[in-house]
Design a protein around this ligand. Structure first.
Ligand SMILES: [Zn+2]
Length: 123
């Protein structure tokens, strides 16, 4: 297969589909909306990173929060949301998001490091 592909969003399938596919060729799950949402959240995530680099942490946090709203399983965005919250002084919120990351990925190094920060800070 050549050109861009859309991976099926279903964890048990993950088949690659042509970029213009309406539904997964293997399992029939609609992929078109998923592809659009993925592109949109990637855009929001990059805007959030740019804002964070520019020191605009509140803007960054809002963008990361929107990504997590659309993609609750996106641990990279949730880690970024937690870190932005932490740097804004919202330790409770940061801790909550890092704990959610660790529920999905117990060995996630960013979330582990984050949690060690907030646990030390609160004791
Ligand atoms: Zn599929």
């Amino acid at each position: 297969m050549s050109g861009p592909v859309i991976p099926c969003p279903m964890a048990r399938c993950r088949a690659d589909n042509p970029f213009d596919a309406d539904e997964c060729e293997r399992c029939g799950t609609p992929v078109r909306g998923h592809a659009r949402l993925t592109a949109y959240t990637a855009y929001l995530f990059n805007r959030g990173l740019a804002a964070a680099r520019a020191g605009r942490l509140t803007v960054a946090r809002d963008h990361f929060a929107a990504v997590v709203h659309w993609c609750p399983t996106d641990t990279e965005a949730r880690n970024a949301l937690a870190l932005a919250g932490y740097r804004l002084g919202d330790v409770t919120e940061a801790r909550r998001h890092w704990e959610l990351v660790c529920e999905r990925r117990p060995d996630d190094p960013l979330a582990r490091r984050g949690l060690s920060l907030v646990v030390e800070g609160s004791s």
